[in-house]
Design a protein around this ligand. Structure first.
Ligand code: HEM
Length: 403
């Protein structure tokens, strides 16, 4: 869900030392000034101007209030909206209760698979193999040759699909819509793939998620084809750039902060807190939209009927009313009530998978890596006229050294 990306070589962005704390200028919060003054930033996204709700409490309240801030809006929950890149409503994200509740309940067992010990062991094996392979090379490009295969192979595990399927998904690049010049064509590729895979699954039902959708019912009826396609579309789109950016930035963090890698290596109990803190600081999904059925206000800004607002998770996660020294990465931060995975009824269904991947990755970096050296990096920013935010890397080439 990148707005538009701007690439900057990493040379001038390596950590600097200020008042004894290692900081990175790109970790500064672009929403601090508007959040502390009015709580709202009015920003333009591809010709649509809308207010971004910035404060932690206001974001959480809006996320719960689906009558005023609705998700029942096909194509209009992501910002910018996605009419041009898909033909179906994504489910369950583009619906309100009670429709949302029924679809969410249906999908929870699939998304909770990473809770099982067997799943976690398989994920550990996958990440262990990727790290072993990376360690044999003089250099590894993390974004496309590590994070993208990791995301796709882990998704194959989640969806009960064979490893071969992940090869196809890897060929789609780092974003199912926005990795390349023609987002509409990419959207069509995804749509065709989903429809063909649904057809094959119908001919021979198995244990995979497509077969699951054929057998599924909501409110006592089978799903329509559009509903099946809409669920699958979200599964492929939702957890892709978010995971790739999180994985890449975690690896960059431990390269820049070997002292944090040593802590993880000697105290695995720190891993869970480290995952939450990395997700808070990175906030891979900057914000998400809601549509207001009736006129309302966001701070001092009037929102007309059918107007949109943004719930800005990234800003809420830096709210100084809730987080001490919010721009600092404190791996032992606790409590850490971040909203990087959202809040309220739509809280990320893929959070269990995302956490499982990051937990395994951080633990294994501690166990199996002596150090990580960044050889070159091109950072990727989300850029709008109102703000510029570091989200991930266009490319990140590193060398792993043995423990
Ligand atoms: C670090 C990685 C991730 C982040 C930061 C993230 C963030 C979010 C956020 C903020 C929402 C709430 C949207 C809203 O309120 O409208 C959400 C919803 C969702 N995410 Fe994620 N996500 C991540 C990974 C994943 C993965 C890996 C998957 C799937 C494999 C996934 C699938 C979903 C789905 C299905 C929803 C909709 C839930 C609902 O409407 O009830 N996400 N995600």
């Amino acid at each position: 869900m990148t707005v538009s990306s701007q690439k900057t070589p990493d040379g001038d962005k390596r950590p600097i030392c200020e008042t004894g704390v290692m900081t990175d200028p790109d970790l500064a919060d672009p929403f601090r000034a508007p959040r502390t003054s009015s709580g709202v930033l009015t920003a333009d996204f591809g010709g649509e101007t809308l207010p971004m709700i910035l404060g932690y409490t206001a974001v959480r309240e809006a996320a719960r209030d689906w009558a005023i801030y609705s998700s029942d809006a096909p194509f209009r929950v992501p910002i910018p909206s996605e009419e041009a890149v898909r033909t179906v409503r994504q489910l369950p994200i583009e619906s309100d209760p009670p429709v949302h509740t029924a679809f969410r309940r249906l999908l929870e067992p699939v998304f909770h698979r990473p809770r099982s010990t067997d799943y976690q062991q398989r994920l550990d094996r996958l990440i262990g193999e990727l790290l072993e392979d990376a360690a044999t090379k003089a250099e590894v490009e993390i974004v496309r040759d590590f994070a993208l295969p990791l995301q796709s192979l882990a998704l194959a595990m989640l969806l009960g699909m064979p490893k071969d399927a992940a090869e196809i998904w890897i060929s789609w690049g780092t974003h199912v819509f926005h990795d390349g010049p023609d987002s509409r064509a990419k959207g069509n590729v995804l749509d065709h793939y989903i429809r063909e895979t649904l057809t094959s699954a119908a001919a021979s039902l198995g244990e995979d998620v497509f077969s699951f959708l054929h057998a599924a019912t909501v409110d006592g009826r089978a799903l329509t084809t559009d509903e099946k396609v809409g669920i699958a579309n979200l599964v492929f789109a939702g957890g892709r750039d978010t995971i790739i950016n999180a994985v890449s930035r975690v690896i960059a963090h431990f390269a820049d902060h070997p002292e944090d890698l040593s802590v993880i290596a000697t105290d695995a109990a720190r891993v869970n807190l480290a995952v939450e803190e990395m997700v808070r600081v990175i906030s891979p999904l900057t914000h998400i939209g809601r549509v207001c059925p009736a006129p309302t206000t966001a701070g001092d800004v009037n929102v007309p009927a059918d107007g949109r607002v943004s719930l800005c998770w990234a800003s809420a996660n830096r709210d100084e009313q809730v987080f001490e020294a919010p721009d600092e990465v404190r791996l032992a931060r606790s409590p850490n009530p971040h909203v990087a995975f959202g809040s309220g009824p739509h809280t990320c269904l893929g959070a269990t998978q995302a956490r499982a991947i990051l937990r395994s990755l951080i633990r294994m970096l501690g166990e199996r890596t002596g150090g990580i050296e960044i050889l070159s990096a091109v950072r990727q920013y989300e850029v709008t006229p109102a703000y510029r935010r570091w989200v991930g890397f266009e490319a990140l080439t590193v060398r792993f050294t043995a423990p």
